[in-house]
Design a protein around this ligand. Sequence first.
Ligand code: PMP
Length: 389
Amino acid sequence: MNEVRVAKDVFHGVQNLSRATDQYINLDHGDPTMYEVYWKQMGDRTTLVLSGWQSISYFSDTKNHCWFLEPSFANAVTKLHNLVGNAQTRSYHIVVGTGSTQLFQAALYALCPSNAPEPMSIVSAAPFYSSYPLIIDCLKSGLYKWKGDASKFNKGEPYIELVTSPNNPDGSIRQAVVNGSGGILVHDLAYYWPQYTPISFQADHDIMLFTVSKSTGHAGIRIGWALVKDKEVAKKMTKFIEISSIGVSKDSQLRAAKILDVIADTYEHTEKFDKVKPFFHYGNNEMARRWRQLRSAVNKGQTFSLPDFPVEKCNFSGQRFGTQPAFAWLKCEKAVNDCESFLRKHKILTRSGTQFGSSKRYVRISLISHKEEYDEFIQRLSLLSSMDT
Ligand code: PMP
């Protein structure tokens, strides 16, 4: 009786699946539209009115080595890090960029000697963020060259290692893997925020990159920042941004400042935010819910598997939880050896493991899209999982 029922359910499931698969679900990009609902709830609290006379000058603060850095944005960044406790700010220099994508290039420009006989090797442990090789080799620079997986790197030459933690795509908490002398580290901490992972220590690396794209969900305002220990490196990074885009949008910095300040306010002035959860608590709950849904879908069969994450105490929230990354690093087991093509056949668009220096058995799936899209994805995945290929 039960078996008949299961068979019927699966049959109806397949029918539903073919109906639902009329449309593609695109979870290839890490577009953080999940956060729209939260910011809508906030109403006008983050509204900023800018008049035509504002943001006229190229300059923001001529006393600062980073002369295009808006002081209100710098203050908001410092305040937020101090509140969350995820990074040291005292005695660091802040450099603002058009997304952390620009800052990453600025860091490479600043760190690579201009007169070296060979381009500097840039490495990152696989699976690495798929944009690194594209950005690094795009202009075929004489300064640097992508050398792939850091764990296979021959330490005999100078290098820069990119350490992404939590890592995009697999969510792992990382440290440098190359143990050579003459190496320089750049820490990409885009996801070191309490909605994604426990804040277990205050990071104090030489160069740390952050972005509003993944911290607040405002990818479209294109603002990132670097915390840089060495003043000369910060100055050179500033030079790169001066040469490549003569600074960074003031309007965007002012918007970002407003949003970061409101986040801090949701903790410091809770009385002003009736019925609206503090920002990181909202994000943490939402990510936890999405990961529960995903694990339950995957556990319906043997077709897929997911990485596990150790549970730790978060010094910010006081809660214990495991990393709940912005992306799922999904593995197709058994018969399915090209996971991206398999899911694409079922109209779920993901990014193949091959783009991250890994195997096509893996795909990266964004978990930070609109709720409706995510729920639809979970339904399709549950059916695929229970059908067992
Ligand atoms: N680093 C990592 C690890 C990322 O995942 C992303 C965004 N996908 C970036 C940098 C780039 O962020 P931004 O939008 O600020 O350029």
